[in-house]
Design a protein around this ligand. Sequence first.
Ligand code: X8Z
Ligand code: ZN
Length: 612
Amino acid sequence: MNLFVPRQSRLTITVAIMLGLSACDDASSDNQVTDQKTNIQAKQFLAEAEATLSQLSIEQNRAEWIYNNFITHDTAQLAAKVGEKRTATSVQFATQAALYNQTPLSKIEKRKLNILRSSLVLPAPLDPNKNAELAQINAELNGLYGKGKYCLKDGRCLTQPALSVIMAESKNPALLLEVWEGWRNIAKPMRPLFEREVALANEGAKDLGFKDLSVLWRSQYDMKPDDFSKELDRLWTQVKPLYDSLHCYVRGELNQEYGDTIAPANGPIPAHLLGNMWAQSWGNIYDAVAPADADPGYDITQLLREKDYSETKMVEQAENFFSSLGFAPLPETFWERSLFTQPADRDVVCHASAWDLDDLDDIRIKMCIQRDAEDFITIHHELGHNYYQRAYKNQPFIFKNSANDGFHEAIGDTVALSITPSYLQQIGLLETVPDASKDIGLLLRQALDKVAFLPFGLMIDQWRWKVFSGEITPEQYNQSWWELREKYQGVKSPVERNETDFDPGAKYHVPANVPYTRYFLAHILQFQFHRALCDMTQNTGPIHRCSIYGDKDAGAKLNTMLEMGQSQPWPEALAVVTGSQEMDANAVLEYFAPLQTWLNEQNKLANRQCGW
Ligand code: X8Z
Ligand code: ZN
């Protein structure tokens, strides 16, 4: 098999290197590159790759920023054009990186080459026409999501943030169902585009020597792809009993609220009743399921409104938290260039994101902030990305990333775990800190967001990996989606679905092609980070009452890990903060231990049959 390698003499590569070797496989005797590369060539190659890619990255960031803030036909074309160029170049470098398998290299060089080879999430085939087609599809899918609207029976046409407010606040099951179903109409036209995207990206992954895109995505964790899958199973097994208890309790309470017809006492929970468009986190139904005698008696949404917090003030408050840990304030340009509120006059991608335009200091967020608790937490989440980006800005380009993608998603959430009652009191949002008798309420509120999320965080890529590997065919897209939703989350569609629907496309990360397992990892890691950082503070109470607010030592420890970027395997980075090299869901279990006991008691008292 001949492989076209630009700017190289033609090289013969055995089929073994083309197929099935993951990025963490060391050079083996199977990988026979006829033209042995020297270490000097490797150094030159890496220098060229970093210089070229870093320039292209900035160019693409700017085009994407404009497209995401101003969705039009023309901005889509400009974004696709730059995407095409960047992907073609990245694919070239990734292909060439594989040629140094037998070259004597330092650890750092080896790591850089591995990252170059395996960090694409949407690899294009070598054929330039197919690359252009893929870039076009990618931009189109993003646009379809960003422009998505549903016009209600009452005549109002709403975009995603407004529809989500209804899902969060309404207790009218007919309205919830209408909005739930209506939003999913935006995804139907995505189906053929997605199918083609998968075919092209799979071909791209094969061109790079991976069996399929699933193997490539799972090759980004410093371990063999199948070992990574096993690692996920292990973590999920650890937390599943806690999830089951929560599911059982919530289903019972919803049954009381809505009755047997709408919310049956057994089986999976209908997905439109959980306070969220995707039933991914359930904090918004806290009121409906709250324990009567342990409610802490405050609600952050209400507090923000009472104190008249503007969107900007919400961001300033989050910045203040990071400043209290010793992080330098955000630059002026952050405030000038970020998007905080949804513009009335144009389509934008409202899904919250954090950006690093120049890979140095031009950090920004883009969000259509709602003045509620959920978005107050999300702002911390986004700033976590920005502080991470700024912390690793002095790393070489290839290492300007998080230890693994779960780390990037975990930092802001870790900080947000410190939004405790006493923190809220310290910043003047809350008058009185509820006493220990209200802990179950506090923990339940947190579990509805964090524990409920776990199976959702896992199932999205369980679905996508099977799609990529061909185990799920296009004719089974929607049915298999709901099978996995039921298997992992114990939720079901409230209405009959069929294969003209494409429900995965109604979740941002599918059309945007953002891997999702990162959020599952983040939901485990953030509790490990929180526990470890709390151990450094004066905190003596339970871990869920601990806030690291104002603790410069904790901040410095966190920063040490952030500064490393992706320069070391993630277990090393994890050990910097936690002292351990293992991901471990015990921190989640410890945090929620009193709640789990309470949930089990409640389920027993109410004689509930758990499971689905
Ligand atoms: O997409 C996000 C962030 C941007 S990275 C807002 N999250 C996931 C989601 O919204 O589905 C954060 C939690 C999970
Ligand atoms: Zn994020």
